[in-house]
Ligand binder design. Structure first.
Ligand SMILES: [Cu+2]
Length: 158
């Protein structure tokens, strides 16, 4: 008798599951639509693994450069630029860091954790080089790019 009841319950459950599955129309998606390609991982959770960080640097904006004003845009990939430093910051996720900037191979650099474009004014006419290093929170350089450009004679007397 007990075996018969169990079989009946099992059959009823199977019928219920089948009915529920059948009630989902095939045209309704069961998960969100996939996001467009090119999105970075959402930086709202710790990432289990991250590709290496890299630096992308654009050429100086041409209109401003013609007037002697150097505006250089840059961005980091797989790293968020923030003014946070120290050994403990190496362990956070998503990865963080900042940039170091050297102009015309100077022996010194400045650091910037703003992520804002570089704006350099008053360079004399002639060729120049801006080097940007992507640094981890302990100031170790993990990628770098250099941009060469020329300040024209007309644009140089700012
Ligand atoms: Cu640094």
């Amino acid at each position: 008798m007990r075996r018969i009841v169990n079989s009946a319950v099992a059959a009823a459950f199977a019928a219920l599951v089948t009915a529920c599955a059948a009630s989902i129309p095939a045209s309704v998606p069961t998960s969100p639509a996939p996001v467009s390609p090119g999105w970075e991982p959402a930086p709202v959770v710790a990432l289990p693994a991250q590709p290496p960080a890299s630096l992308v640097v654009d050429a100086p904006l041409p209109d401003q450069l013609a007037a002697g004003l150097v505006v250089i845009r840059y961005r980091a990939e797989n790293l968020r630029i923030v003014p946070v430093y120290g050994q403990a910051a190496l362990d956070v996720s998503p990865r963080i860091g900042h940039i170091h900037v050297t102009v015309d191979n100077a022996a010194w650099h400045w650091a910037d954790g703003s992520g804002e474009p570089l704006i350099i004014q008053g360079l004399p006419p002639g060729p120049h080089k801006v080097w940007i290093g992507l640094a981890d929170p302990t100031h170790k350089i993990i990628d770098s790019k250099a941009v060469d450009f020329v300040i024209s004679a007309q644009g140089g007397h700012h």
